[in-house]
Design a binder for this molecule. Structure first.
Ligand SMILES: Nc1nc2c(c(=O)[nH]1)N[C@H]1C(S)=C(S)[C@@H](COP(=O)(O)OP(=O)(O)OC[C@H]3O[C@@H](n4cnc5c(=O)[nH]c(N)nc54)[C@H](O)[C@@H]3O)O[C@H]1N2
Ligand SMILES: Nc1nc2c(c(=O)[nH]1)N[C@H]1C(S)=C(S)[C@@H](COP(=O)(O)OP(=O)(O)OC[C@H]3O[C@@H](n4cnc5c(=O)[nH]c(N)nc54)[C@H](O)[C@@H]3O)O[C@H]1N2
Ligand SMILES: [Mo]
Length: 700
C-alpha cells in the first residue's frame, strides 16, 4: 500500500468561507478532505469542502474540450483536442477584434474561483480581455450590489471597504442581531458560527430576523422574529421610533459621528408626512407583532454593545439599498459603530482589508465599458438602442452558471441565443456551458497550487493535491495558450510559470516565512480582532471618514442627487392580486450557488421543496407533499410542497441554485428558482432583487 500524503489545501470558492483544510491523497488519488489541525480553533470547514472528492471525480466531470455539434442548448458536442479548441476560440475572437469592436465581447462569470491570488477566475479573465484590446465588463455584483453601492455614500469611498468586523470581536457583544443572515447554512467566513455559539453560551442573546425559521433561527438563536421579505427598513424605522421615544438614542455619538440624523428623525416621528413610523405602522408592513417590535427595540436600545449583522439577503430586495442605510443609521443612533462587540450595520464580512500579498493584476489595456451584472441579459437583448454601451456579439464565461443563477432564466437563454459566439470554461456541462459554442474543461482548486484570501485576517496556501483530471487545464494555462495565438502571450504571462507568479506574490506579501506558510498552509495576520472604523469612532476629528462631511452620512446630498431621499426611508416591495405571495430564494446549505446541484448525494440531503404556510396551503387546497405549480410573470415551475409553520403566512421559499429542466411546455420541473425571478433591478444601484418576487402557487 502506498503512503498516505497529507497536504494543506483550501477551497477557492465563492462560498462565503475560505477554510483551512487538509487533503488526504494515496497513490495520486484524493481520498478525503478534513480540517487542517493547525487551524485557529474557531475556524471550521463545511460539508461542501469535505466532500470535494465527489466533485473532482464526478462521473460527468468534463475531460476534454468540446465543440458544439447540435443546436444551442441541445447538449450535443464533439470532443476535440486542445489545439483545435483554442484555434477556434482565437479565430472567433480575432474576427471581432479585426472588425474594430473588441467591446462586443462581454465577460461573464468569475465566482467559480474568486479567492485565489493566481487561479482567480475573475482577475484572469479581465487580464486576458483587457490585453485582447477591450471588452464589456460587468459592474456591481449579484451578491452585494446594493450594499457596495451605498457604502461609499455612508462611509466615504476610502472607508467603504473597512466597515466590517473580525468575528472574534463578537466576544464583547451583549446582543447579536442576525438580520436576514443565516450563517448556520450560508457561510460568512470560517469562524462566524463558532463565535456566535461561544458568545451565546456566555449568555448573550442571539435574535434572527427572517421570513422563515432558518437553521440559524432554529439552532443558533434564542428568538426567531418573522418579517415579510423586503420590509426590513420599516421594521428598523419602528425600532428607531421606540429609541427616540424612550430616549435610548446616543445623542453625543450621533452628533460627533454623523450627518443628517435630524432629517431621519423627522421622518421617523412623522413630522413631515404626518405618519409616525410606530411599531403598529411597521407591524402592518412587516407582518410582525407590535409587541414583538417594541420588545426588540427596548432590548436593542439597552444592550451595549450590540452587533447588528445583516445578511446580504436584505439588500437583494427592491429598496434593499435603504435596508443597509437604515441598519447603519440604527447602529449609529446606538453608538455601536466602531466599538468591539458592535458593528457598522453594513455587511460585516469581506469589508476589512486582506493581509498584504500579491495577486494577479489587470493592466489598463483597451476600453472597458460596463453594464450592471444584474442586467447582462438585458444589455445583450437591447444593446445600444436600449441605452447600453454597445451591441454584444460574443460571450466569454469563466466560472459562472448564469443560466441557473441569473435572474429570469428564460430571458438569459434568449440572450445566449442572440450572440454569434460563446465560450465557457467550467468543470461541468452546466446549463450555461450547454448553450456555449466551445466548452473548455478546467481544473478544480485541488489540481493546482495557489494562495487564497479567506474572509478573515489570514492567508491560506493551497497545494496541488492531485494531477488534473482528464485533459482539464488551469484557467491560467488556457488563457496563456489563447494569448499566444492572439499575439499577446508575453504580455499575459510576463514569461512566468504559475510557480514563478506565486513566488512573486509571496515576495510582495507580509508573510515573514514563506516555507513555513507552505508547510502549515496558514498565515495569521497579527491583528485578529479588527473592528472597522474604530479609529474614527474613538476620534472622529483626528480620523475623519472620506465622506464630504467626514462623518457617517445618514443623509447624503450625493445620494439625493440620484433622485432618492437623502436619508433612508421605507420603499419596499408589495405583491399584487394576480401574484399575491412573496417568494424568497435563499442559498442552499448543500450547494455553493448552483454547484453540487448535479450530484445526488448533495441534492438528497436538502430536497428541493417549496415551503408554504398551512394557512396559504389550506386556502389553495394544497396538501403536504403534493406537487404544486408556482408562477410569476417570468415563468412557471413545478415542485413538491412542504407545508410548514416555519415560514410566515403569505410567503413561500424555494432555495436557489437548481439547474433548470425546462420541458416542451416551457415549465421547469427541477424547481430552479430563477425561472420565477425578474431582472428589473432595485434602484438606484441596479442590483439583485431575488428576495422580492411575487408569485402564485396552485396544485399542479
Ligand atoms: N452554504 C452556502 N453558503 C454560502 C453560499 C451558498 O450558496 N451556500 N453562497 C455564498 C454567497 S455567493 C453569498 S452572496 C452569501 C449569501 O448570503 P445571504 O445573502 O445572507 O444568504 P441568503 O440565503 O440569500 O439569505 C439569508 C437569510 O435571509 C433570509 N431572507 C430572505 N429575504 C429576506 C428579507 O427580505 N428580510 C430578511 N430579514 N431576511 C430575508 C433567508 O430566508 C435566509 O435565511 O452566502 C455565501 N455562503
Ligand atoms: N434566485 C437567486 N439567484 C441567485 C442568488 C439568490 O440568492 N437567489 N444568489 C446570487 C449570488 S449571491 C451569486 S454570487 C450568484 C452566483 O452565480 P454563479 O457565479 O453562476 O455561481 P456558481 O453556481 O457557483 O457557478 C460557478 C461555476 O464555476 C465553475 N467553477 C468552479 N471552479 C472553477 C474554476 O476554477 N474555473 C472555472 N472556469 N470554473 C470553475 C463551477 O463548476 C460552476 O459552474 O448567484 C446569484 N443567483
Ligand atoms: Mo454571492
Amino acid at each position: 500500500m502506498k503512503e498516505l500524503l497529507r497536504l494543506p489545501v483550501t477551497c477557492n470558492k465563492d462560498c462565503g468561507g475560505g477554510c483551512p483544510l487538509i487533503a488526504e491523497i494515496r497513490d495520486g488519488r484524493l481520498l478525503r478532505l478534513l480540517d487542517n489541525p493547525l487551524k485557529p480553533p474557531a475556524m471550521r470547514g463545511c460539508v461542501r469542502g469535505y466532500q470535494m472528492a465527489r466533485t473532482v471525480y464526478h462521473p460527468r466531470r468534463l475531460r476534454a474540450p468540446l465543440l458544439r455539434s447540435g443546436p444551442r442548448g441541445s447538449g450535443r458536442y464533439r470532443e476535440v483536442g486542445w489545439k483545435e479548441a483554442l484555434r477556434v476560440v482565437a479565430e472567433r475572437l480575432e474576427r471581432i477584434r479585426a472588425a474594430g469592436d473588441p467591446q462586443a465581447v462581454m465577460r461573464l462569470g468569475g465566482s467559480g474561483s474568486p479567492r485565489g491570488a493566481l487561479h482567480n477566475t475573475d482577475l484572469l479573465t479581465k487580464r486576458f480581455l483587457s490585453l485582447f484590446g477591450g471588452f464589456t465588463d460587468l459592474s456591481g455584483s449579484y451578491s452585494a450590489g446594493a450594499e457596495l453601492f451605498v457604502n461609499p455614500y455612508l462611509f466615504g469611498p476610502a472607508h467603504a471597504g473597512s466597515a466590517g468586523i473580525d468575528a472574534a470581536t463578537l466576544r464583547h457583544s451583549r446582543l447579536i442581531l442576525l438580520w436576514g443572515a443565516n450563517p448556520a447554512d450560508t457561510r460568512f467566513g470560517a469562524e462566524l458560527c463558532t463565535r456566535i455559539r461561544e458568545q451565546r453560551r456566555r449568555g448573550t442573546p442571539v435574535i434572527t430576523i427572517d421570513p422563515r425559521c432558518s437553521r440559524t433561527a432554529r439552532s443558533l438563536s434564542d428568538q426567531w422574529i418573522a418579517v415579510r421579505p423586503g420590509s426590513d427598513t420599516a421594521l428598523m424605522a419602528a425600532i428607531l421610533y421606540v429609541l427616540l421615544e424612550e430616549e435610548l438614542v446616543d445623542r453625543v455619538f450621533v452628533r460627533e459621528h454623523s450627518l443628517g440624523f435630524e432629517a431621519l428623525e423627522r421622518y421617523v416621528l412623522g413630522r413631515d408626512d404626518g405618519e409616525a413610523k410606530t411599531p403598529s405602522w411597521a407591524g402592518e408592513i412587516c407582518g410582525t407583532g407590535r409587541d414583538v417590535i417594541l420588545r426588540l427595540a427596548r432590548l436593542y436600545g439597552k444592550s451595549r454593545p450590540a452587533a447588528l449583522i445583516p445578511g446580504l439577503s436584505i439588500q437583494r430586495t427592491i429598496g434593499g439599498e435603504e435596508a443597509i442605510r437604515m441598519a447603519v443609521a440604527l447602529q449609529t443612533a446606538t453608538g455601536n459603530v466602531g466599538v468591539p462587540g458592535g458593528s457598522s450595520g453594513s455587511s460585516a464580512w469581506g469589508r476589512l482589508p486582506d493581509p498584504r500579498c500579491g495577486r494577479m493584476t489587470v493592466p489598463p489595456g483597451g476600453p472597458r465599458p460596463e453594464v450592471p451584472e444584474y442586467r447582462w441579459a438585458d444589455a445583450i437583448l437591447e444593446g445600444r438602442s436600449g441605452g447600453y454601451p454597445g451591441d454584444i456579439r460574443a460571450l466569454y464565461n469563466v466560472g459562472g452558471n448564469y443560466l441557473a443563477t441569473g435572474s429570469d432564466v428564460r430571458k438569459n437563454i434568449r440572450a445566449f441565443a442572440k450572440v454569434d459566439f460563446s465560450v465557457c470554461h467550467d468543470c461541468f456541462l452546466t446549463p450555461t456551458a450547454a448553450h456555449c459554442d466551445v466548452v473548455l474543461p478546467v481544473t478544480t482548486f485541488l489540481e493546482r497550487e495557489d494562495i487564497v484570501f479567506p474572509e478573515s485576517n489570514h492567508l491560506l496556501y493551497s497545494h496541488k493535491a492531485i494531477e488534473p483530471v482528464g485533459q482539464s487545464r488551469n484557467d491560467y494555462d488556457i488563457f496563456c495558450g489563447l494569448a499566444d495565438l492572439l499575439g499577446f502571450g508575453r504580455e499575459y504571462s510576463l514569461g512566468r510559470s504559475a510557480g514563478e507568479w506565486l513566488e512573486c506574490f509571496l515576495e510582495e506579501s507580509e508573510i515573514p516565512d514563506a516555507d513555513e506558510f507552505r508547510r502549515t498552509g496558514i498565515y495569521s495576520g497579527p491583528e485578529q480582532e479588527r473592528c472597522g472604523l474604530s479609529e474614527f469612532a474613538a476620534d472622529p476629528e483626528g480620523f475623519p471618514l472620506s465622506t464630504p462631511s467626514g462623518k457617517i452620512e445618514i443623509a447624503s446630498a450625493g445620494y439625493a442627487r440620484l433622485g432618492f431621499p437623502a436619508f433612508p426611508t421605507w420603499r419596499g416591495f408589495r405583491t399584487g392580486e394576480e401574484y399575491p405571495l412573496y417568494l424568497i430564494t435563499p442559498h442552499a446549505r448543500y450547494r455553493t450557488n448552483s454547484q453540487h446541484a448535479n450530484d445526488p448525494w448533495f441534492v438528497e440531503r436538502e430536497t428541493q421543496l417549496l415551503w408554504m404556510h398551512p394557512r396559504d396551503a389550506a386556502a389553495r387546497g394544497i396538501p403536504e407533499g403534493s406537487r404544486v405549480e408556482a408562477a410569476s410573470p417570468q415563468g412557471k415551475l413545478r415542485v413538491t410542497v412542504r407545508v410548514t409553520e416555519e415560514i410566515m403566512p403569505g410567503v413561500v421559499c424555494l432555495l436557489a441554485g437548481m439547474w433548470p429542466e425546462i420541458g416542451g411546455d416551457g415549465v421547469d420541473t427541477a424547481g430552479s428558482a430563477n425561472i420565477l425571478t425578474s431582472t428589473l433591478p432595485t434602484q438606484p444601484s441596479q442590483s439583485s432583487r431575488t428576495h422580492s418576487v411575487a408569485v402564485d402557487v396552485r396544485p399542479a
